[in-house]
Design a protein around this ligand. Structure first.
Ligand code: GCO
Length: 500
């Protein structure tokens, strides 16, 4: 998700964890408040447990079955864009191995599976001609999931825009909004008899700002006006898709997946407050205010000025469709240590147009392999904040949460205590939010298996299941079996095996 904090040259500088949830370093000091990890925790009856993936990250089969090119094919094949020159041509080869993968999901006890549909697999040019083979692939996938009693939860857009649409302006072009509406309606027609739970977009902030301002994701632009235009058109496309899907069927449960973060300020200069509020507006309020209040944050509109000239009268009415659920992806809090107004706009801040440089921070922290701090308490705070700030919020599903650790397979087993520890802490944080009255209905671990981690290639391993990318052999890690127990017991029953 937040590549600015981890992408080469975008170290966690400027950000750090201010939270302490049992062990670890906070403010450079050891924090010894050990949480009660062996306390039993039962989740509400009917809570849905699953894992998540995304099409470009796992499918491979890039040239198979009539699939058209996407922006990520082009980006990853452009020299210097992805670490080690990795690309998603083969990925986990899930396109050919989905039967076995679903059997594995069933073995691991998953009750639900969140995946994304590759738009260019079903509509190779993004509009017009339907590729039956592509549609059939998703029909077989869904049928297999259902045969194993696993609830499918597809996402329509997880960043792999058809290249044919990119060539005519991508989501900078307002016409793409209606093509997305057509694509959404097609999928509702093809799968809506069997699939009820859908999300339109995954993390639209990332596609808009990492893809069009910071340039570290496809399509790789560094143009703030393009980024803000895309941020608006994605929401407009979301609202339109909700309308076109509901026009096809009235029994679908429709949502969107956002990646909010607490923006925790540790700066002492009052002059920085406005800048920090802008980061919060760009990252959080833009999305939630538009969807759940029907307007964009006034402070951000003022700051953007002509950057936000794509907004037209009536757009916010389309965007603010009532939703059946909301997906929240959470990895860590953004802690701003300080803002340096004398600094030239640095690369990392391009993802926050109109905000100026963030100062460097020290590295004395526990981080995952992504360089991300571990801030489980932040998840509780965030969920409570959303509930308090947006009274009309629909039920929440945590649609992604997880960590990258590269623990090796030794003798056929992969012991990954740090992942178990991370997941344990975050599940406890979610339970705290439920106890505080937030309506949370499900949890999807990111990710079912190691996969193509965007600009970072295959080195960052988020999987419950280890993938050997030479042989494509799947080896469930200890965390996968631990998670199976969590699912069986509808909660946490044993003391974590984790270590720092
Ligand atoms: C995102 C995406 C996932 C990532 C995951 C880890 O949040 O960026 O939804 O595709 O792989 O978040 O970075």
């Amino acid at each position: 998700m937040l590549y600015p904090l981890s992408y080469e040259g975008w170290s966690p500088a400027g950000y750090r964890s201010g939270h302490c949830s049992g062990g670890g370093l906070v403010d450079g000091r050891v924090c010894n408040t050990e949480p009660a990890m062996n306390e039993q925790l039962e989740f509400p009856t009917g809570f849905l447990w699953g894992a998540a993936t995304a099409s470009y990250q796992i499918e491979g089969g890039a040239r198979d079955g009539g699939r058209g090119e996407s922006v990520w094919d082009v980006f990853s094949h452009t020299e210097g864009k992805v670490a080690h020159g990795h690309n998603g041509d083969v990925a986990c080869d899930h396109y050919h191995r989905f039967d076995d993968d679903i059997a594995m999901m069933a073995d691991l006890g998953l009750q639900t599976y969140r995946f994304s549909i590759s738009w260019s697999r079903v509509l190779p040019e993004g509009r017009g001609r339907v590729n039956r083979e592509g549609v059939d692939f998703y029909q077989r996938l869904v049928d297999q999931l259902l045969a194993h009693g696993i609830v499918p939860c597809p996402t329509l857009f997880h960043w792999d825009l058809p290249q044919g649409l990119e060539e005519i302006g991508g989501f900078r072009n307002r016409d793409t909004v209606s093509w997305f509406g057509d694509y959404a309606a097609l999928m509702a027609r093809e799968l809506g008899d069997r699939v009820h739970m859908w999300s339109t977009f995954n993390e639209p902030w990332c596609y808009a700002y990492l893809g069009h301002a910071a340039g570290v994701h496809a399509p790789g632009l560094t143009d703030p006006h393009a980024a803000v235009t895309v941020a608006h058109h994605e929401l407009l496309a979301h609202g339109l898709a909700v309308q076109t899907m509901r026009a096809e069927r009235d029994d679908l449960r429709l949502g969107i997946v956002i990646n909010p973060s607490n923006i925790v300020s540790e700066t002492t200069r009052p002059a920085d407050d406005g800048q920090i509020r802008l980061i919060d507006a760009i990252h959080n309020r833009w999305w939630f205010d538009a969807i759940f209040r029907g307007h964009y944050p006034a402070d951000l509109l003022d700051s953007y000025g002509p950057l936000a000239d794509a907004i037209q009268p009536g757009d916010l009415d389309t965007i603010s469709q009532p939703l059946d659920w909301l997906g929240i992806n959470y990895y860590f809090d953004i802690i701003v240590r300080g803002l340096d107004h004398d600094d030239d706009a640095t690369r990392r801040m391009l993802a926050y147009p109109t905000v100026h440089g963030v100062t460097e921070a020290d590295e004395a922290e526990i981080h995952t392999d992504m360089g991300w701090p571990i801030t489980p308490d932040g998840l509780t705070e965030l969920l409570v904040r959303l509930r308090d700030d947006y009274p009309d919020l629909p039920p929440i599903h945590i649609t992604e949460n997880g960590c990258a650790y590269d623990d090796p397979v030794i003798g056929g087993r992969c012991s990954d205590p740090r992942r178990i520890d991370y997941l344990d802490r975050h599940l406890r944080a979610i339970k705290d939010a439920i106890d505080a009255g937030v309506d949370i209905r499900g949890y999807y671990q990111w990710s079912l298996m190691d996969n193509f981690e965007w600009a970072l290639g295959y080195d960052k391993r988020f999987g419950l299941v280890h993938i050997d990318f030479d042989t494509l052999v799947r080896t469930p890690r200890d965390s996968a079996y631990w998670y199976r127990d969590v699912i069986r017991h509808n909660g946490l029953v044993e003391r974590r095996t984790g270590a720092q």
